[in-house]
Design a protein around this ligand. Structure first.
Ligand SMILES: [Zn+2]
Ligand SMILES: [Zn+2]
Length: 149
């Protein structure tokens, strides 16, 4: 995450603006794309760009989001007014919350570092960057760049 002095660099909102969030950019843990099927279906988009922040550095503002249990270990937040996807939390990652980079007030400042679940990527979603790729959630390097591991 770019950490220029612009105040809006650490805020975001849903489509209608009811749900907003703010976080400390120094608490960002990673930024990356997820190609998994659950993200795809939850967002109805081919890929979702995420950033992870320590729980203690994140706070909701405005109307609190609703949540949906999307698997036995995770829930996804959304705006009850406009339906925008607003975040993700997993029991397996209790220290962090994940925000969607496209909901940032300044999404152009998002700097992705990695691709996850490229094994599930849609064939018409072509990845042409040189970022590190995992075929899964972060353990198995994609064959296309295994040599970097
Ligand atoms: Zn909304
Ligand atoms: Zn995913």
């Amino acid at each position: 995450m770019n950490q220029r002095d612009r105040k809006s660099a650490n805020t975001g909102r849903c489509l209608c603006g009811a749900v907003r969030y703010r976080f400390d950019p120094s608490a960002v843990l990673w930024c990356g794309y997820c190609h998994c099927e659950t993200c795809r279906r939850a967002s109805s988009a081919p890929v979702v760009a995420w950033f992870a922040v320590r729980n203690s550095a994140w706070r909701w503002e405005g109307k609190p989001p609703e949540s949906y249990r999307s698997s036995d270990h995770a829930e996804r937040y959304f705006c009850a007014e406009c339906g925008s996807q607003m975040g993700y939390r997993s029991d397996r990652l209790p220290e962090e919350i994940h925000g969607l980079a496209a909901s940032l007030d300044t999404p152009d400042e998002f700097t992705p570092q990695v691709h996850y679940f490229t094994g599930k990527a849609l064939p018409w979603c072509h990845i042409s960057d040189s970022l590190h790729r995992y075929t899964d959630g972060g353990k198995t390097p994609d064959g296309s760049n295994a040599k970097r591991d």
